[in-house]
Design a protein around this ligand. Structure first.
Ligand code: ARG
Length: 476
């Protein structure tokens, strides 16, 4: 009797501890669909090349159909002894269809098999992530569209800087998430390449048609040309595609984290700018008045977890000589967890921001609620239009640096009188510069300040509306 899966070569069985240490089936079983798809494409090509018979192919297909339904229904028995998803499925296939099952692995190694499976699986997940990124952008866009004319204090250094449109502020995040989607699309092109045919590391002596397999698995470029890894050593050993993905996911989470931090701030009683629906908050076990922003806080925390996975994966790769090393089995848990965390986070944010579709009304309900008055009050507090006064003086002929200094004096006076710049009497303003006229009060208003920023990408409502239209078209 064989000691385990390998061969007669082994003189003693693996210890239970080593079995547990080396086996991956309890996490890599989630690759099962990709594994079966890869095997079917490989078998189809083996038959087309006359390496296995049509009868064997039919048996493999029938066995895989059976295994698919067993796994889908939960009836499949995963065995730790069989180490990983690949050996579990192959063993069951052989149990079901005999020798045909044993022929499946012709011209293949688990090394090119696992690299293919991970790529196929990740490609599918990335497509879901792209859809979720679109949903989140649409949710932010809808909030932007409803609040173009709502003014909030824009901050630098978390100090009131200049008034901005809340819609404009939301669009900043739309830009970030649109770049995340672009990055995902670019990484997908490099994920979507076929390692099968590289075998263990050196290629194989069987006359495989790798391009046929690539086409069957839809590993093709935009023109439909098959995308095949061109070096067998590289194909089985590098996980740069997973690292790249995790880097893109990390950046996306960093954007989520920045948004989270703002939501948390805006929800605090000291700001009172927004509310999120109760179902995204939790209470306190001791303080009855509390509604805590757990979801954004957790998202901020989970960002650290995803960035940690990036560090884990990139470190996993750094000392590995060519070609495949078992180290690479450690790529799975961080990658899986990155995908799960990112998907859940994007889904929850799209709903928390944009609300949930009410099938009765066909409208989204329960997204964030904006307190426009609180935002505007806060913008009035921090001399947010001081730059506008300086710009006004520049138009009257002062060099900008002098205007800057003049306004600093005016702000100092306003601070000591505890009033806004717009509340200083004209006569007082004229003491700082005699060219100041009555029209100054237009530029000192929040709305005047906003409307003045007509530059491309600026916060003037006309600009913001133009950007919203551009994004709507892009996302349609
Ligand atoms: N479970 C392994 C992994 O995830 C499959 C490849 C194992 N290959 C080998 N020669 N041990 O990487």
């Amino acid at each position: 009797k064989k000691s385990q899966a390998w061969s007669a070569l082994f003189s003693e069985p693996m210890s239970d501890l080593v079995k547990r240490y080396t086996s991956s089936v309890f996490f890599d079983k989630r690759l099962w669909q990709a594994d079966i798809a890869g095997s079917l494409a490989h078998a189809d090509m083996l038959a087309a090349q006359g390496i296995i018979s049509a009868k064997d192919l039919a048996a493999i297909e029938q066995g895989m159909a059976q295994i698919t339904s067993e796994i889908a229904s939960g009836a499949f028995e995963w065995k730790l002894d069989l180490e990983d998803v690949h050996l579990n499925i192959e063993a069951r296939l052989t149990q079901l269809v005999g020798d045909a099952g044993k022929r499946l692995h012709t011209g293949r190694s688990r090394n090119d098999q696992v690299a293919t499976d991970v790529r196929l699986w990740l490609r599918g997940e990335m497509d879901l992530i792209s859809e979720l990124l679109t949903e989140l952008q649409k949710a932010l866009l809808a909030v932007a569209e409803q609040h173009v004319d709502v003014i909030l204090p824009g901050f630098t250094h978390l100090q009131v800087a200049q008034p901005v449109s809340f819609g404009h502020h939301m669009l900043a995040y739309v830009e970030m998430f649109s770049r995340d989607a672009e990055r995902m699309a670019e990484v997908r092109r490099r994920v979507n390449r076929l390692p099968l045919g590289a075998a263990a590391l050196a290629g194989t002596s069987y006359p495989l048609d790798r391009e046929r397999v690539a086409k069957t698995l839809q590993m093709v470029d935009e023109q439909g040309r098959p995308q095949v890894c061109q070096n067998s050593l590289d194909a089985v050993s590098d996980r740069d595609f997973a690292i790249e993905f995790t880097a893109a996911a990390s950046l996306c989470m960093v954007h989520i984290s920045r948004l989270s931090e703002e939501l948390v701030l805006w929800m605090s009683q000291n700001f009172g700018f927004i509310k999120i629906a109760d179902r995204f908050t939790t209470g306190s076990s001791i303080m009855p008045q509390k509604k805590n922003p757990d979801v954004p806080e957790l998202a901020r925390g989970k960002t650290g977890r995803v960035v940690g996975h990036l560090m884990g994966l990139i470190t996993l790769m750094k000392g590995q000589p060519l070609a495949y090393n078992k180290d690479n089995q450690e790529d799975k848990e961080p990658l899986f967890d990155t995908v799960d965390t990112l998907k859940d986070t994007l889904r929850i944010f799209a709903e928390m921001i944009g609300g949930q579709l009410n099938p009765a009304t066909g409208k989204k309900e329960g997204g964030i609620t904006v307190n426009a008055q609180a935002m505007e009050q806060a913008a009035l507090k921090g001399y947010a239009t001081a730059t506008d006064l300086a710009d006004y003086l520049v138009k009257k002929g002062l060099p900008f640096r002098d205007a800057h200094e003049t306004v600093a004096h005016a702000v100092k006076a306003a601070v000591s009188h505890q009033v806004d710049l717009s509340e200083l009497p004209l006569a007082v303003l004229q003491e700082f510069n005699p060219h100041i006229g009555k029209d100054v009060f237009d530029v000192l208003s929040l709305r005047g300040s906003l409307n003045a920023r007509q530059v491309l990408g600026g916060t003037a409502p006309v600009q913001v509306r133009a950007q919203i239209a551009r994004h709507q078209q892009r996302l349609a």
